[in-house]
Design a protein. Structure first.
Length: 274
């Protein structure tokens, strides 16, 4: 290797060491938090749109700071209330949301909606706490402007708890406050980073629910699995105290298992006033 190439390699190594050193210095100043988890969003797989839109659902777009994919089913049987679900960090965002929404609805004919955040299911943009909050606010405003619900209830799971809190604040500012708020397996603080080498060396994104747990929010209920290996139930309990919300935990229930646990779904319906 000639002298020029050696100099390039040396410069790259020095730069990488500098990034790692900066990450370590900043990490030492941060309060410990679960993670860092890896952003796990993905485009919609082939054939997913047909499956998502079966049974009266529609798949469209929300225009705002980002173009987001929105899945919705209008109310029926004289219902005018809507439930919006904000899913967690994983592939198949809208498919998971549809399943949970249908379980919560349980045949009531409520309006149901989910909007994929940046970087998930084909929504434009890159994931970050700022992008998630901006996208959630846009989703809440879209629902009110497009569907004119008589009442909106919000449900957030895992990373989606941050989105649900942001949407609740947006609705309050718009003068159309949400009727109720249910947070499932939430966190106080959580770190998420990118896939690959860059994700391992850069400082992770810090999601802070405590900063959003302020006044102006609707009545809330917090649910958590006692066997959650990703986000400890102590986080849900602490967030519930900050919100002045009721808290319920479920023995032997893990993280994603909470979304299918009959008792947890029953408590979520109760929190939504259903």
């Amino acid at each position: 290797m000639n002298r020029g190439r050696w100099l390039v390699v040396a410069a790259l190594l020095v730069g990488a060491l500098g990034v790692v050193s900066m990450k370590l210095r900043w990490s030492e100043r941060r309060e410990p938090a679960p993670g860092p988890f890896v952003y796990d969003g993905a485009p919609l797989p082939e054939g997913a749109e047909a499956r998502l839109t079966a049974g009266g659902w529609t798949l469209g777009d929300v225009e705002g700071p980002y173009r987001q994919r929105a899945l919705a089913r209008p109310p029926s049987g004289g219902e005018t209330r809507w439930v919006v679900f904000f899913a967690g960090n994983g592939p198949g965002y809208l498919a998971e949301a549809r399943g949970v929404l249908e379980s919560l609805d349980a045949g009531r004919g409520l309006g149901l909606a989910a909007v994929a955040p940046p970087g998930f299911d084909g929504s434009h943009g890159e994931p970050s706490p700022e992008a998630l909050r901006a996208a959630s606010e846009a989703a809440a405003k879209w629902l009110v402007a497009t569907h004119r619900p008589s009442a909106v209830s919000l449900v957030g799971f895992s990373m989606g708890s941050h989105a649900a809190l942001a949407a609740a604040h947006a609705l309050s500012r718009e003068g159309t406050p949400a009727r109720s708020l249910v947070l499932m397996a939430p966190f106080t603080l959580m770190d998420v980073t990118d896939k690959g080498l860059w994700g391992r060396v850069r400082l992770p994104d810090r999601y802070d629910n405590l900063s959003l747990a302020t006044t102006g929010l609707p009545p809330a209920r917090v649910l958590h699995g006692q066997a959650d290996p990703a986000l400890p139930p102590s986080h849900g309990e602490a967030l519930a105290r900050r919100l002045g919300a009721s808290f319920q935990s479920f023995p032997g229930v893990g993280h994603s298992e909470l979304l299918k646990h009959p008792a947890a779904l029953a408590e979520a319906r109760a929190g939504l006033g259903l």
